[in-house]
Write a protein that binds this ligand. Sequence first.
Ligand SMILES: [Cu+2]
Length: 89
Amino acid sequence: MRGRRGLRRRFTSDLHHPVHLHLDPFQVLVRRGSGPGPHDAGWKDTVDLSPSESVDVAVRFTDYPGRYLLHCHNLEHEDMAMMATFRTT
Ligand SMILES: [Cu+2]
C-alpha cells in the first residue's frame, strides 16, 4: 500500500522479535503469506514475530513528517542495537 503518505513494509525475523514502531499505529495486512492472524486485528504499535515469520504492515504516517524510530522490544536485542530510524517526508 502506498497512499498519500501511507507505506507498506515487510518485517521478517530469524528469532522471536516484538517489533515496535513509535509515533504512528499500523495494521497487519499479511502474516506468513496469507491474511492477518487471529491476534492481528485492530491498530497496533507492536507486532510479534515468531522465528522465520514475515508480516506485512500498513502505516499511514499522516500526523508527523520526520524521523521515526523502529526497534525490537526485547531489551537484550535493543542493547545489541536492534533499532533503526527512518524519515518520512
Ligand atoms: Cu528482537
